[in-house]
Design a protein around this ligand. Structure first.
Ligand code: BJW
Length: 232
């Protein structure tokens, strides 16, 4: 059985990392045009660097929760059959022990040279003036995907979705594309589709089944059910 799991900010909420669109979420504190677009970065790089430096510190202090651990347990029990496609830029899936993880919106803990494309581990405090270790130019930015930029590994994701028997989306509002279209694509390719979220997402109609509740409760229970089915 091939399982593709799309995760969003909701899976990390109970680790203390804020979501974007919930009440009090990041987009109620910051204008996304200012901090999550290439144009915002060009206008005020210091503001954007401060925003991501603070989020990097929060991420470093956070620990994976029961939902991240359950997904790692699923992959360990079904080696080679599970891939996580995460929209999250935190590293909690990897720290929980998941191996097959695609970070389609990039990684908070990586730096990217906007000039030559070189990537390296992000310093705790990043500034645009930091020289690139490869080309030495001062064009350092967080290695995250902003609005208007192409998400990473789209071909790999499309291939995984095409082969999926089961597609689960966890903790994502379904408001950001192309990820919002993955359930429909998986369904058309023949996968059973399950939404695990606090509440119905904007694309809940794309799913065959729904489980609503906090990720730390509903994800471990779902993993137990999948593993029970595969053992019978
Ligand atoms: C819980 C919970 C708990 C809470 N337990 N659940 C019109 C149509 C189609 C596309 C577009 C369009 N107009 C513009 C576009 C394109 C644009 C887009 O989607 N815009 C929309 C706003 C409309 N997309 C792009 O520009 C993307 N690139 C692109 O399209 O390239 C061209 C292309 C063409 C063809 C193919 C492929 C590509 C790039 C998008 C980049 C998004 N970047 C961000 C920032 C990343 C860096 C950072 O983290 O700062 O990614 S924005 C932000 O939103 C972040 C997230 O990954 C992303 C998704 O958010 P997510 O994870 O869903 O979080 P929330 O807060 O929205 O939802 C949380 C959910 O959890 C809620 O439902 C809660 O209920 C739930 N929850 N607690 C379980 N305890």
């Amino acid at each position: 059985m091939r399982i593709v799991i799309l995760t969003g900010a909701g899976i990390s909420a109970e680790s203390g990392l804020g979501t974007f669109r919930d009440k009090g979420g990041l987009w109620s504190q910051y204008d996304l045009e200012d901090v999550a677009t290439p144009e915002g970065f060009a206008r005020n790089p210091d503001l954007v660097q401060r925003f991501y430096n603070a989020r990097r510190a929060n991420c470093a202090a956070a620990v994976p929760n029961a939902a991240h651990h359950a997904l790692a347990r699923l992959e360990a029990a079904l080696p080679g059959q599970v891939v996580i496609v995460t929209q999250n830029v935190d590293d909690l899936h990897v720290r929980a022990g998941s191996k097959a993880v695609i970070q389609m919106h990039g990684a908070l803990m990586r730096a990217l040279c906007a000039d030559c494309g070189h990537r390296w581990p992000a310093p705790a405090t990043m500034t645009t003036a930091d020289p690139c270790p490869h080309c030495a130019r001062p064009a350092t930015r967080p290695d995250v995907v902003w609005f208007g930029e192409m998400p990473y590994q789209m071909e790999d994701i499309a291939a995984d979705i095409e082969r999926a028997d089961l597609f689960a989306a966890i903790g994502t509002s379904g408001q950001v594309w192309p990820a919002a279209g993955f359930a429909e694509a998986a369904r058309e390719a023949g996968a059973r589709c399950l939404e695990l979220n606090l509440e119905p997402s904007d694309v809940s109609r794309s799913f065959h089944e729904h489980q609503y509740g906090p990720a730390t409760q509903i994800v471990p229970a779902w993993v137990d059910r999948v593993l029970a089915r595969t053992r019978t």
